[in-house]
Design a protein around this ligand. Structure first.
Ligand code: CMP
Length: 143
């Protein structure tokens, strides 16, 4: 099963990309596709469309366009739920010890990483960044 993660501009800018990738791989996720992107306002607004009415929406779009971010299609069994466990609560102050957000996030908005919140959204979000042909087949190794 696939899910989408985005290592956000705060974490990429702080130089945490490699550490976060190692954390995700160590938790059993396999990278099926990856792209360093700098989102346009239209792209970020579209990606976070479901939050359009929320008070933090404009600020979130500004933040997500503020620098490069790394979009990842990740595979694992039960990938959506497992990735959400590994990254921790939205607010790093509430995230459990050892989670990506506890380790690397700055704030509720600048929270280092995004992960899809349902299998339906995972399919939509993977397709938002990657075409079918960009999802590499797994070969060798543990999977
Ligand atoms: P993410 O998992 O990408 O989904 C929506 C994002 O909105 C979230 O991570 C945060 O970056 C941001 N966000 C959610 N809640 C708040 C909030 N209360 N204040 C500011 N930003 C928020």
């Amino acid at each position: 099963m696939l899910t989408l993660a985005i290592i956000k501009p705060d974490a990429v800018g702080a130089g945490y990309t490699g550490k976060i990738l190692a954390h995700l791989e160590g938790a059993g996720f396999v990278i099926r596709a990856a792209r360093l992107v700098k989102l346009t306002g239209a792209q970020a607004a579209g990606f976070y469309e479901v939050h359009r009415e929320r008070p933090f929406y404009r600020s979130l779009v500004t933040f997500m366009t503020s620098g490069p971010a790394l979009a990842l299609a990740l595979e694992r069994d039960d990938a959506v739920a497992r990735l959400r466990e590994v990254i921790g609560a939205t607010d790093p102050a509430e995230a459990k010890p050892g989670t990506v957000r506890k380790l690397y996030a700055e704030s509720k908005e600048r929270n280092a990483i995004h992960a899809s919140d349902s299998p339906e959204n995972a399919a939509r979000e993977v397709a938002f960044f990657f075409a079918e042909g960009e999802l590499r087949e797994l070969s060798g190794g543990r999977h």
